[in-house]
Structure formats: C-alpha cells, structure tokens
Ligand binder design. Sequence first.
Ligand SMILES: C[S@@+](CC[C@H](N)C(=O)[O-])C[C@H]1O[C@@H](n2cnc3c(N)ncnc32)[C@H](O)[C@@H]1O
Length: 300
Amino acid sequence: MKKFEKNDHKIIWGDAIEVLETIEDSSVDLIFADPPYNIGKKFVNLPDCWESDSAYRNWCYSWLEMCTNKLKPAGTMYVMAATQNMPYFDLFLRDKLTILSRIIWYYDSSSVQARKYFGSLYEPILHCVKDENHYTFNADDILVQARTGAVRKLIDYRKPVPKVYNSKKVPGNVWEIPRVRYRMVEYENHPTQKPVALLERIVKASSNEGDLVLDPFCGTFTTSYVAKKLKRKSIGIEINEEYIKIGLRRLQIATEFNGEPLRKEHKTYEPPIDDNQTTLSLFEKKAQWNTSSQKRSKPS
Ligand SMILES: C[S@@+](CC[C@H](N)C(=O)[O-])C[C@H]1O[C@@H](n2cnc3c(N)ncnc32)[C@H](O)[C@@H]1O
C-alpha cells in the first residue's frame, strides 16, 4: 500500500479491502463505488473475472459492508454494478441502508452492437443513505430543464393563482449522460471511465464544500477530480499502477512517477508532441502540423 497526498486529496495505491481497513469508521460523507463488474473487461493486467458468481458476490459483500461502516451517520453511498448483479447488491444493502433511488444511467450508444438480443444501453446506480431522516441532498444545485409544460409556456390552472409551469426540476431517476468517448477532452485510457457530468451531479447533490468523498475503485480518478473541482476532500483507492499515474496527473499531485513524466495519452489525430518546442501552445502546434501536412499532401 502506498499513499500520495496533496492538500485535501489522497490517492492510495492498494487493494480496496486492505485500504478500507485503515480508514476510520463513520468518517466519510459520500462514497461512490464503481467496482469491477465481473464481465471480463481488462484493467491493464488485472482480469475482471471471478471463479464464480458467488465468489464475486461474496467479495462485493465484504467491501459493501466496510463502506457502510465508513459512512458518517448522515452519509450517502452510490453504488454501481452490472445489471445482472444489481439485484444482489440491492437485497444486501437494503438491510443496512435506506435505498432512496434506483437510478438508470442511460446512454444512446453501445460498443456491443447486439444482433440476437436487446443490447444494453444503461447501467444501474443505487443511491443509499444511512439515515433516511437526515442526509444531504442539495436539490437546487442539480436542477435541470423541465421538458414538459414550461417549454411550451403552459399555464397550470390547477393552482389557486394560475401560473406558468416551473422551468427547472430535480432530475428524475433516468439520467441521460453520454459515455466518455475517445475524442472527448476528458478521455483517459481506461475501459470503464465514468463521465465528469455523472460525478458532478452525485457530488453536488450529496455533499457540501469541505466534505470527504471516498471512491474505493477510482480507475481514472473521476470522483476525486470532481471532488477537487467542487472544493470537497477526497480519498481515491486503486490497485493498478497505470491508473494511479492517471490519478496523480489528474489531481496535480505529481508531474512524474519513478522518473517518468506524467502526460496525458497522445491521441492519434493530434499533432505529434515535440519536446524541443514545449513553449508552443497546443493551438500553435496544431496550426504548424496542419500546414506541414497540407504541404505533404500537395501533388508534386
Ligand atoms: C469500473 S472501474 C472504475 C472506473 C472509475 N469509476 C472511473 O471513472 O474511471 C473499477 C476499477 O477498480 C480497480 N480495481 C479492481 N480490483 C481492485 C481492488 N481489489 N482494489 C482496488 N481497485 C481495484 C480496477 O483497476 C479499475 O480501475
């Protein structure tokens, strides 16, 4: 286990269960847990594959129980899982916490183009609290456009004094947020990176400035990145060295790791990095690259 820390943000390189043992009980305001789904993804060298479904579930029950203990009395936990495993998580957690919402994260794109069944276009998220009478929910910070009456400027005549429908509302439990694609600025090299927009809604709704946010399976450290942006404190745990490096860079905790400069992965459509011209802005480099590639493609 190895810790990296700067200001209010900790990155802990190690196994989630071992690290959770070292975190004080009742000390965390918000947990976002997005574990491996046991569906055969590849996290660098670590296969997302357990010997049986029950072995996977038992492992999940261990860290779910620990996470529950880490929450403060007014704490909140969001948990993601594969659709086929979520019913088990739900049954396990409803004995320990109150499940306030069963959220569907919907995206209109799928890397698996199913032809013999209905392809999956969503991932479930449980929103749970320790005390259903006392928890953080900053409704005003996450309002979205109300698509119905307000858009058509309809009047609600059922009110004692008729008035136009509200133009803003708290999002329902179906969240349409695009997945992170290769060309997006936030893209990192990870098979299951969660979008900043998804975490922003969660962190804004269920924590306040200065609160402590914990993610036991941090991957690209989206949770910690958003926590920092929104002035929360964070602890991010991750077992994989490659993803620790992403976290150190994204949270600006380090600029190098074991002598290796920490740089964002170079995208294939971007101009090549020229170490001798580091003073050029990306814009200038792009212009230079475009000019030289135009010259190259001119017929002689
Ligand atoms: C579904 S991904 C999380 C993605 C993350 N939410 C993001 O936005 O990038 C699960 C992560 O858990 C990590 N992991 C797997 N087993 C672990 C363990 N025992 N302890 C800590 N991290 C683990 C994997 O390396 C992977 O990055």
